[in-house]
Ligand binder design. Structure first.
Ligand SMILES: [Zn+2]
Ligand SMILES: [Zn+2]
Length: 364
């Protein structure tokens, strides 16, 4: 049985799974033994030609599993990236961005061999300057951490522009992405004097964006270019628990963070204030009654038939579709842990998580 993936602390409280060590240094796919690159990156197709950058480092895997048209993030890292992409509120984005920045800084420090001599940092700009760039939610706290730790790295993102709109990458194939983005970036600086540059991004899919940005940097005499990203996009549309995470159990705090969309650490008070009126755990059935602002809410969890039913508006209108917990469901699990024990509550959460694609989250 495969061991549970090696873990990585973004900060003191949030754990994610590290990226597999034996991956290609360019694209992070599986590499050949004895090589540092995969077959494709050893001999890139003619439309790629040179990669321009030296290597890519990612915090972990970004993967959302599509079910009934909704995205279910497979892990905490994916959830953080999704918060950056799709949440409207700035509070969520700042929270997610600053956690990712903390994690990326750890990589930067751990890999002093490659990131030790960086002079510039850059993100790929949007075509329209007025359009919000979600990567700035990572870049801004990242710059703060760098300064605090004595790094003298200059942000040159404002000196890069996109010459045209390339449309949505999502709908394009591998070759099309490279063809469309080629020549899009322009660096408005005269000479980077062969100094090293790090390209920061939230998601790495084919690498085409970093590839063209690196090309533009090289045209202005950039030294070595390294790519640092939060998530490597996993392109298989399956719930990958068995293949990627078999063996070992996730901890209570990992899974309550995952299911509560990090409310467990982000909004502790919100959860602890919830008043549980009744909680019964009987065999594989859990019943809960929780005091709510508009009357009491019920919770029923049927572990045999893999059904979770709840009645609050937050669950019905938001959390249910991504198979997430609201504060009421979260407090029930915290209470189960308190009244039974860590292992008992943890086993239940693990059994739900591992088989999440079969679970139904419904309105009562
Ligand atoms: Zn590769
Ligand atoms: Zn609720």
């Amino acid at each position: 049985m495969t061991k549970i993936r090696e873990q990585f602390l973004l900060d003191d409280e949030v754990t994610i799974e590290s990226f597999p060590k034996n991956s290609c240094k360019i694209c992070l796919n599986q590499r050949l033994s004895g090589e540092d690159k995969c077959v494709q990156c050893l001999d890139p197709p003619s439309f790629v030609g040179d990669w321009y950058f030296e290597c890519v480092n990612a915090l972990g895997i970004y993967h959302k599993y599509k079910q009934d048209g909704y995205s279910i993030p497979i892990n905490i890292l994916s959830d953080l990236i999704l918060l950056l992409k799709f949440r409207r509120g700035k509070a969520f984005k700042n929270f997610a961005g600053s956690l990712l920045a903390k994690g990326l800084f750890k990589i930067l420090e751990q890999r002093g061999d490659i990131y030790g001599d960086i002079s510039y940092i850059v993100i790929s700009p949007k075509f329209k300057r007025t359009e919000e760039n979600q990567v700035t939610y990572i870049l801004n706290p990242f710059m703060k951490i760098l300064r605090k730790n004595g790094y003298d790295i200059k942000n040159i993102s404002n000196c890069v522009k996109r010459l045209r709109d390339v449309g949505k990458n999502k709908v394009k194939g591998f070759k099309e992405r490279f063809k469309d983005i080629k020549g899009v970036h322009e660096v408005e600086l005269d000479d980077l004097e062969h100094k090293d540059v790090v390209i920061l991004d939230d998601i790495f899919t084919t690498g085409s964006t970093s590839w063209d940005l690196a090309r533009a940097l090289k045209e202005k005499n950039a030294g070595k270019i390294f790519v640092l990203v939060a998530g490597r996009h996993w392109l298989f549309d399956e719930w990958p628990i068995n293949e990627l995470y078999s063996g070992g159990n996730f901890s209570f705090s990992y899974l309550i963070n995952y299911f509560s969309r990090m409310d467990y650490i982000r909004d502790k008070n919100k959860i602890s204030k919830v008043n549980v009126i009744d909680l019964v755990v009987q065999g594989n059935q859990i019943y809960g009654s929780i005091k709510g602002s508009g009357g009491n809410y019920d919770l029923k969890i049927d572990l045999d038939n893999k059904i979770l039913k709840h009645s609050c508006p937050d669950f019905i209108n938001d959390r249910k579709r991504n198979k997430k917990f609201c504060k009421h469901i979260s407090i029930i699990f915290i209470k189960i842990r308190k009244e039974k024990n860590e292992k008992f509550s943890c086993d239940i959460l693990n059994s739900i998580y591992r088989d999440l694609e079969s679970w139904q989250f419904n309105e009562i």
